[in-house]
Write a new protein. Structure first.
Length: 376
């Protein structure tokens, strides 16, 4: 009989918006023959067709986050409704898996109410994320961090960077940490060229820590060195209009395209014909976008520090660039764009390396041997 696991997730795996959701969906698909998953999550606003084969069950909550006074209010309401939904459902679960600390209240309550072990996946720490953005974390979010680390029997993180971050927060939790990266995915999407001129490509959530302001300032300098080059950025979030204003202020709006959230097929097409993919994040616990770019055989230019330190080796599997200094970053990128031979070598090495390191079967075995073990 398959182990029956209750997953609590803010993001519905049928409606992906972030790396946390993408990781969960990959996990569900990877373990579909080994584990029975029931995901308690928010109901997507649009119809979902991603789970046609019944790979997992969902318990959906009809809550619109934007209708709440604040994001913290929305999280509190979501956790309350998750508890109600799960208790009404029953289910005979064997353990609970919290997908990030935002579900901590429901996860901990259900752990004790149902007398089940709790596992958590921590994709990032809000305290560190806000620090990177020059802001202070909300006290409620700080509480959720402490709560999930205290109550989890095992903690999954995606990188060495996150393992060290957990250790700095809680020595007790650090003893239970397992690093399980996102598995690489093969795609058979037919790609089409969407822009005729050479361009840099980047994508991610439009939030401060992703560093897109840095990228725009770097591109202003790079544009003077590369007169035919353009910049394409894709994503979703509250800062889209601010990026457009910044591009106009910098005088580069005619050479910058800022797209809304794009589907996998569009993303793969934009990647396929880009000169390079650039990722300037001030805080990045793993870097699924970097991994996807390397998997697609695209040379990546990533900020010097991040979870991608585990797989972006400078001038071997990718390039490390200091985007905090736009002048130096622009000159580094200019040299790379003129160096076709080094880019070709690095992208080939990077693609082979990432597939070996994050091979799906290897990741599947890590889950079964280190997380969902009979010891539970």
């Amino acid at each position: 009989m398959l182990v029956n696991i209750l997953v609590l997730s803010l993001e519905n795996p049928c409606s992906l918006k972030s790396g946390a959701g993408r990781y969960l969906k990959n996990q569900l698909e990877l373990l579909k023959d080994d584990i029975m998953f029931t995901v308690c999550t928010l109901r997507p606003e649009e119809s979902c067709f991603e789970n046609r084969n019944g790979t997992w069950k969902t318990l959906e909550i009809p809550l619109k986050l934007g209708a709440c006074p604040s994001f913290e209010d929305a999280l509190a309401e979501m956790n309350f409704q998750m508890i109600k939904k799960v208790l009404e459902f029953g289910g005979g679960f064997d353990l609970i898996h919290a997908n990030d600390d935002v579900t901590a209240p429901a996860a901990v309550y259900l752990k004790h109410a149902l007398q089940l072990p709790l596992i958590s996946t921590i994709h990032g720490l809000e305290s560190d994320r806000k620090k990177a953005a020059g802001e202070k974390a909300h006290p409620y979010r700080m509480l959720l961090e402490r709560l999930i680390l205290k109550e989890s029997r095992r903690v999954i993180v995606l990188s060495s960077m996150m393992k060290q971050a957990i250790k700095e927060k809680s020595l007790q939790a650090a003893e239970n940490v397992q690093i399980i990266p996102n598995p690489c995915r093969k795609t058979k999407t037919a790609k089409k060229q969407l822009k005729a001129v050479p361009y840099l490509f980047s994508y991610g959530r439009f939030v401060p820590e992703k560093g897109f302001f840095r990228l725009l300032r770097t591109f202003k300098e790079l544009a003077m060195l590369q007169p035919d080059l353009e910049l394409v950025i894709a994503g979703e979030g509250p800062l889209k209009s601010e990026y457009e204003k910044e591009a106009k202020t910098l005088g580069i709006e005619r050479r910058v395209t800022i797209l809304p959230f794009i589907c996998d097929q569009e993303r793969e097409s934009w990647l396929a014909y880009s000169e390079m993919a650039a990722f300037p994040s001030a805080y990045e616990p793993f870097g699924i976008a970097v991994q996807e770019s390397m998997t697609a055989g695209i040379p990546v230019a990533a900020e010097k520090n991040g979870g991608w330190n585990d797989f972006v080796i400078d001038r071997v599997t990718g390039f490390r660039v200091d985007f905090e200094n736009p002048f130096q970053a622009a000159r580094t990128l200019d040299d790379l764009l003129r160096g076709e031979a080094i880019r070709r070598k690095v992208k080939q090495t990077g693609k082979a390396f990432i597939w070996q390191l994050h091979n799906p079967e290897k990741i599947r075995k890590l889950f079964l041997e280190r997380v969902y073990t009979p010891s539970f």
